[in-house]
Design a binder for this molecule. Structure first.
Ligand code: MF3
Ligand code: CO
Length: 263
C-alpha cells in the first residue's frame, strides 16, 4: 500500500491543524480537577474546537463515536466515551485524545492528566509511557526503517517491567484520519518500510501495568485492561523531515524540541 508524501502546502496545513490539536490539550489542563465530569471536559473541548478554532472534532460521528474527544480513565486503555456520570477524583489518571480537522487536514494527539496526587505506580506508568514516545522520536529520519520506532519503544517499556498493548497502532494521517503506514509500538522484523521526507504519521503507545491484554466493553468502544491494571497513552503527529522529524502537535511546556535533527 502507498504512503502519502506531503508537499509544502500539505505540510503548512498540517502545521496549522497540529497547532489547534495541541492548543486543545493546553487549554483543557486547568479544568481537569476533582468532581468535573468527563462529559463536561468533552463539552469544553468541543466548544473550543468549533467556536474558537473554527475546526471540526474528528472523533464526533467517526464510525458513530458519540462524542468529540476520547477520555480514558485509569484502567481504560483507549476510546473512553465522555459521560456525565463519570466524575474525576483525586488519584485518577486519564488520557485525553484530541483529533481535529482544519481545512481538510487531520491531526491527532493525546496525553495523560494526573488528578490531584496520584500513587507511585500510576505516576511511574505515565512517566515511562511518555518517555517511550519521546525516545522513539530520536530515531526518525529518512532512510531509517519504520520498525525502529517499535523496537525502541518495546525495549524501553520491557526494561521498565511494563506492557505494550499490541491491538492498536499509530497510523499515517493527513487528508485522511487513518492511512498507511501502520506504526507498531513493538518490534516486527518483517516491517521493512523506510521513512521518507514528507511522511506524516502518529506514534501513540498504549502501556499497561499488569499485562498487555485488553477487552472491549459492550458499548463497542471503551477498551479496558483485561485484569483491571492501569493503562497510559501519549500520542503525537510526526512529520519526517530531511534530517529528522518535526512534532506537528508539539505543546507548550513539553520537555522535547519541536524539531529533532537526528543526523
Ligand atoms: N485518536 C484515535 C486514533 O488514533 C481516534 C479514535 S476514533 C474515535 O485513532 F472515534 F474513537 F474517536
Ligand atoms: Co491516532
Amino acid at each position: 500500500m502507498k504512503t502519502t508524501l506531503n508537499n509544502k502546502y500539505d505540510i503548512e496545513q498540517m502545521r496549522i491543524s497540529g497547532k489547534i490539536t495541541a492548543s486543545v490539550l493546553e487549554m483543557i489542563k486547568p479544568y481537569v480537577v476533582p468532581d468535573i465530569s468527563t462529559d463536561e471536559i468533552n463539552k469544553i473541548c468541543h466548544n473550543y474546537i468549533v467556536n474558537v478554532k473554527k475546526a471540526i472534532p474528528a472523533c464526533l460521528g467517526y464510525n458513530n463515536f458519540p462524542k468529540s474527544i476520547c477520555i480514558s480513565v485509569n484502567d481504560v486503555v483507549c476510546h473512553g466515551i465522555p459521560n456525565k456520570y463519570e466524575l474525576l477524583k483525586n488519584n485518577d489518571i486519564l488520557n485525553i485524545d484530541v483529533s481535529i480537522i482544519k481545512n481538510g487536514y487531520y491531526t491527532d494527539a493525546s496525553k495523560m492528566f494526573l488528578v490531584g496526587k496520584v500513587n507511585k505506580k500510576k505516576f511511574f506508568l505515565c512517566k515511562k509511557t511518555r518517555k517511550s514516545l519521546y525516545l522513539s522520536l530520536q530515531c526518525i529520519r529518512p532512510g531509517i526503517k519504520i520498525n525502529n520506532i517499535g523496537k525502541i519503544i518495546q525495549e524501553y517499556i520491557q526494561k521498565k517491567k511494563l506492557y505494550i498493548v499490541r491491538e492498536y497502532c499509530g497510523h499515517g494521517i493527513g487528508r485522511k484520519f487513518h492511512e498507511f503506514p501502520h506504526i507498531l509500538h513493538y518490534y516486527e522484523a518483517h516491517d521493512t518500510l523506510t521513512m521518507q521526507p514528507g511522511m506524516i504519521f502518529t506514534i501513540e503507545p498504549m502501556v499497561n501495568t499488569a499485562s498487555p491484554y485488553v477487552k472491549c466493553m459492550d458499548d463497542g468502544w471503551t477498551v479496558k485492561t483485561r485484569e483491571g491494571g492501569y493503562s497510559a497513552q501519549y500520542e503525537h503527529t510526526i512529520l519526517v523531515t530531511n534530517n529528522g522529524c518535526e512534532v506537528i502537535t508539539h505543546q507548550k511546556g513539553e520537555k522535547i524540541p519541536k524539531i529533532f535533527i537526528n543526523i
